[in-house]
Ligand binder design. Structure first.
Ligand SMILES: Cc1cc2nc3c(=O)[nH]c(=O)nc-3n(C[C@H](O)[C@H](O)[C@H](O)COP(=O)(O)OP(=O)(O)OC[C@H]3O[C@@H](n4cnc5c(N)ncnc54)[C@H](O)[C@@H]3O)c2cc1C
Ligand code: FES
Length: 257
């Protein structure tokens, strides 16, 4: 169901809190419908015409009437959000679909950069569903890793991988996933992060026969299925990631090499 009406009474509950270099955590009080890990909210940045479009953010955590999101500052909208004072916030959601929740299964989660945000929520739900959770957290460097203790608490095994080797293994999260799959098996791989990482995970899934779900964080316009800015390609034709995703079965996507 499309939910495009603003959530009445939603508010930023406290000032944005810096959690890593260039990243802050926003705590939002809002009586939203229940959400699923992988879904996102659309935030109107300003009451003025600029920036015009809502910006999409994955749900990092949701309990009762409190939503938390992680904002990586990349441009004007995210910079404005990071400086926002507590008070009313115009949000819509939860939007899109969510990850499939397995029970009592052996799962691997692979996150890259701010793509770790939705997997934090997912790890908590899978852990509550008695899954054995292996979490591979990929980041550029140690200073860009946010809330590591909270991820670690939700996983049976927590592996950090950084591009520069400043924390954990040096290299790419998808390569760490590939190495693990040589000697272990999983019931599902879940991934969110940069497109090359998702492509590697999709290839791994195909080769190993382990199903994978990936969350696509491409460019969105309206975020509610109207503009087609978010189109992804599948053998059955184009799909709008904002309504038919952002979570897709990796095998159902045609990804650029
Ligand atoms: C489903 C979904 C979930 C997302 N979840 C999160 C999240 O949890 N936390 C978070 O920080 N960000 C998330 N993003 C990305 C976030 O929406 C964008 O970073 C944000 O809209 C940029 O707004 P801006 O005004 O700051 O940047 P703009 O001024 O619009 O752009 C600044 C720069 O960022 C680049 N950029 C903008 N959007 C994206 C994007 N989607 N992917 C890669 N580069 C981009 C632009 O090309 C430009 O170079 C998500 C995106 C999607 C589609
Ligand atoms: S962002 Fe407009 S249709 Fe998806």
């Amino acid at each position: 169901m499309k939910r495009s009406a603003s959530i009445k009474g939603a508010a930023l509950a406290s000032p944005p809190h810096i959690i890593a270099a260039g990243h802050c955590l926003l705590t939002i009080s809002a009586s939203t419908p229940p959400s699923q890990p992988g879904q996102f909210i659309g935030i109107r940045i300003s009451s003025f015409a600029d920036p015009l479009l809502r910006r999409p953010f994955s749900i990092f955590d949701h309990s009762d009437d409190t939503l938390r999101i992680v904002v990586k500052i990349v441009g004007r909208g995210t910079a404005m959000l990071a400086q926002r004072s507590p008070g009313p916030l115009d949000i819509i959601g939860p939007l899109g679909n969510g990850f499939t929740i397995l029970r009592g299964s052996r799962v691997m989660l692979v996150g890259g950069g701010v793509g770790n945000a939705p997997l934090h929520y997912l790890a908590g739900v899978l852990s509550a569903a008695r899954c054995d959770v292996t979490y591979i957290y990929g980041a550029r460097s140690a200073e860009a890793i946010f809330c590591p203790e909270s991820f670690e608490a939700r996983a049976n095994r927590f592996i950090t991988v950084t591009d520069d080797g400043s924390r954990g293994r040096k290299g790419l999260a998808a390569d760490a996933a590939s190495d693990l799959i040589q000697s272990e098996t999983f019931d599902m791989i879940y991934a969110c992060g940069p497109q090359p990482m998702l492509k590697t995970v999709a290839d791994l899934s195909r080769r190993s026969g382990i199903p994978a779900e990936v969350s696509i964080e491409n460019y969105f316009g309206c975020g509610i299925g109207v503009c087609s800015a978010c189109t992804v390609h599948t053998p059955k034709g184009p799909r709008r990631a904002c309504v038919e995703g952002p979570v897709f079965d990796a095998a159902s996507l045609v990804m650029d090499p």
